[in-house]
Design a protein around this ligand. Structure first.
Ligand code: PMP
Length: 409
């Protein structure tokens, strides 16, 4: 092979990549998975659902039934928009959060991650701005960057994004000549901040976005996993034209199916289907049919209750351990989902501290993963979804040893 003139010894194609690949970077979270998956490490890093709590025999029965009764259809290409049966079920699931829609409004995707990618592909040109919470979901920011868009963070507090901060930021970015395209929000049990956007703020933010002409992207994979009281109604339940809503089976069922969805106003939905067909032709027929069968046959609401109970117990274990071992730090109190957001003191740096934590056999995600500009060293995200309560307590005890060691340096 001839080495291109711009090439390097490491990658002969170096000078050939599209400009947009400059935004591709290794996710800090993914790099952590390798370390954190060693059995002796207590991983509070990745947001992996506790799939061992699923009724595996029931899911196996669904797989068998689909293959036995409709195998040829399951193994065939299907509709680019997803099977009508699954889209009907998705309407039923969204109704639990106050959303009313038609079966034609839903597009099934390969996880909500692909829905995020398709929406970004439809709306973002290089230099466009996406407004997002501060901090925001690392996987969404990776997508926005891959379309060469900029992320502008909007301050949040215990009640989610602060409407006045949003208004101010829209004005200042517009004054600087920026094109604002999307307002990306995770209103329920935020990843990574653990907080929930209050009902009143949902309405205020919808008004602000509407008058500024900015499309809201409501990302809601955790909404049904509440602990003490249900989350407020989805933003999509009060606004239809200005919102693309994303949902997923990853946290309420299993991420291995890679099935999520987008619910979009008519014109956007048509374009989403075209973009999805261009990307993947059709989502997995087999996986959609297995999920539909499971939803028909199994007590899926009861299973979500099982998950809620299990994650609540783990949240409690984590909060109690933080109170016991790290009382001088502060953290958010999640009412659902997978995550606690911790604020360090004494100028401690979560990124620099991580190798020492791994040496003490505990892993977390440094706050820097969740800010577009690499800030966030004073924070870290703890996920309580995967390890059982006793391991969570041990993990926090180890983390406290690391923090004490740093404070003494
Ligand atoms: N959005 C948020 C906020 C998430 O936390 C995740 C998963 N970590 C996703 C989207 C993507 O989920 P999936 O593709 O598995 O549906």
């Amino acid at each position: 092979m001839t080495i291109s003139r711009e090439g390097t010894n490491l990658d002969p194609w170096y000078g050939h990549y599209a400009d947009r690949t400059s935004g591709l970077s290794a996710s800090e979270v993914r790099a952590l998975f390798a370390v954190a998956s060693r059995p002796e490490v207590v991983s509070l890093a990745g947001g992996m659902p506790y799939v061992s709590a699923l009724p595996l025999p029931t899911i196996t029965e669904s797989m068998d039934r689909v293959m036995r009764d409709r195998g040829a259809t399951a193994l065939q290409y299907g509709s680019g928009q997803g099977t009508p049966e699954l889209r009907e079920h998705i309407l039923e699931i969204m109704a639990l959060e106050g959303i009313r829609a038609g079966v034609d409004d839903v597009v099934v995707t390969t996880g909500s991650q692909q829905a995020l990618d398709l929406v970004a592909k439809l709306f973002l040109d290089p230099g466009d701005v996406v407004l997002a919470e501060s901090p925001s979901y690392v996987g969404a920011m990776g997508i926005f960057r891959s379309y060469q868009a900029e992320v502008a963070h909007i301050a949040m507090d215990a009640d989610g994004m602060i409407p006045a901060a949003l208004t101010e930021r829209i004005a200042s970015l517009r004054a600087a000549g920026k094109r604002l395209k999307l307002l990306y929000l995770i209103p329920n049990f935020h990843n990574p901040a653990g907080v929930t956007l209050s009902s009143a703020r949902r309405l205020e933010i919808i008004d602000i976005a509407r008058s500024a002409g900015i499309l809201i992207l409501e990302d809601n994979p955790y909404g049904l996993l509440w602990f003490d009281r249900p989350a407020p109604a989805a933003m999509r339940s009060v606004e239809t034209d200005g919102i693309v809503y994303l949902g997923s089976f990853s946290k309420t069922l299993a991420p291995g199916f890679r099935v999520g969805w987008a619910l979009a106003p008519h014109a956007i939905r048509e374009k989403l289907v075209l973009a999805a067909e261009a990307a993947i032709l059709s989502p997995s027929s087999l996986n959609q049919m297995v999920i539909s069968d499971y939803l028909d046959q199994a007590d899926w609401r009861g299973q979500i209750d099982v998950f809620r109970g299990l994650y609540r117990e783990r949240r409690d274990a984590m909060i109690e351990a933080l109170e016991q071992y790290l009382p001088d730090l502060s953290w958010t109190m999640p009412n659902g989902g997978f995550y606690v957001w911790v604020t360090l003191t004494d100028g401690l740096d979560s990124k620099a501290m991580l190798p020492r934590a791994v040496k003490e056999l505990v892993a977390y995600t440094p706050g820097t993963a969740f800010f577009a500009d690499g800030s966030g060293r004073g924070h870290l995200r703890l996920a309580f979804c995967y390890p059982p309560p006793a391991e969570i307590r041990e993990g926090i005890r180890r983390l406290a040893t690391v923090v004490r060691g740093e404070q003494e340096l």
